[in-house]
Design a protein around this ligand. Structure first.
Ligand SMILES: [Zn+2]
Length: 343
């Protein structure tokens, strides 16, 4: 690990239960973040991904990284290399989910990028995220995504070109919970209303793609926790774009009654997730966590932790809350919804 000395530190115990025994779980796959981090560290991307990997806690089943990046590295990643939450921005750019945009990206990929690896990978990713948001069960979608995920030139084949044209006709309305719509979803909202009782609704993370809008429409008092976090985006621009009022933004949590607090695609970024959960549990009657199921997809390099059912049970015990798990509502996206209620 010589090549990472001074840039990373070893994680000696589980960030949730403190247990020191773990087993290898998985390698993270190449993505935008691994490309940028390896650039910041000035190391080979594949080499980095073979050394910084996911382990599983033998006690609470939390999946976490064996090594993590020092704050100075994380700062460069989120302040300079990727300063805006790409998915959060997509909410405001509907034109990115259009047939024309998709085909234009494909055209760039096969005609103009030549041997520019960074540009090629970017186009592949852009096309992949559009395909993931297409609301259809067509098998061609899967096969096209597979080819885009490959690190070779299969995307230049005639058959692929034909398939791309075919699926471009399926680009209509983006799929529920896809990056072009986010979580402002009525069915999810109604479910939360049914399970918990609340008058105040708060959220942390990305202000643009959660349920603040739908909460407001349902006459709830809302607040957004603008929490300082190295490992996440500085969301000032998205706060502005989301049209939150000054009085709706808080910079710390205080104890509230009848409140529900949403942690959407956020917890997996934190280096000290349990501290944060204690803070949230103390301040709110109920809260929920929406997070990627790490058993369905490998934990990506930019996520420090991955939570599964066993881990959530462990957390519920620690913070003395009642746990309700739901895998069905967000099944299409391989997400877990964990609701914590007053005991
Ligand atoms: Zn653990």
């Amino acid at each position: 690990m010589k090549f990472l000395t001074g840039k990373t530190f070893k994680i000696k115990s589980c960030p949730i239960c403190g247990f020191t025994n773990n087993v290898f779980h998985s390698l993270s796959k190449k993505n935008l973040y691994s490309e940028k981090i390896s650039k910041i560290l000035n190391v080979n991307e594949n080499k980095m991904l073979s050394k910084i990997y996911n382990v599983k806690c033998k006690k609470c089943s939390l999946i976490y990284k064996n090594f993590w990046f020092k704050p100075k590295i994380i700062k460069i990643l989120f302040k300079k290399e990727i300063p805006l939450h790409p998915k959060g921005m997509d909410i405001f750019e509907k034109k990115k989910f259009e047939k024309k945009y998709f085909l234009n990206e494909f055209n760039n990929l096969i005609k103009f990028h030549k041997n520019n690896k960074e540009k090629i990978n970017k186009s592949k990713r852009v096309m992949g995220s559009i395909i993931s948001a297409i609301d259809s069960n067509s098998k061609t979608l899967k096969s096209c995504k597979k080819i885009l995920n490959k690190d070779n030139e299969d995307y230049k084949k005639k058959k692929f070109q034909k398939n791309i044209l075919k699926i471009s006709n399926l680009i209509k309305k983006p799929k529920r919970f896809s990056r072009f719509v986010g979580y402002n979803d009525r069915i999810l909202w109604n479910y939360l209303m049914k399970i918990t009782n609340f008058k105040i609704y708060g959220e942390v993370g990305c202000p643009s793609w959660g349920m603040l809008k739908i909460a407001k429409r349902n006459k709830k008092k809302i607040f957004f926790y603008d929490r300082k976090e190295n490992n996440f985006w500085n969301e000032k621009i998205l706060i502005k774009k989301s049209r939150l009022k000054k009085r709706e933004i808080v910079y710390s949590l205080d104890r509230k009654k009848n409140s529900l607090f949403g942690i959407i695609e956020y917890l997996d970024h934190l280096v000290r997730p349990l501290n944060f959960l204690n803070e949230v549990a103390y301040s709110n009657d109920s809260f929920f966590i929406l997070t990627e199921d790490p058993t369905k997809n490998n934990l990506p390099i930019q996520h420090f932790t991955g939570f599964q059912h066993t881990t959530f049970f462990h957390i519920a015990k620690k913070i003395n809350k009642l746990l309700i798990l739901n895998n069905k509502i967000l099944k299409s996206k391989n997400m877990i919804l964990a609701i914590f209620k007053k005991n």
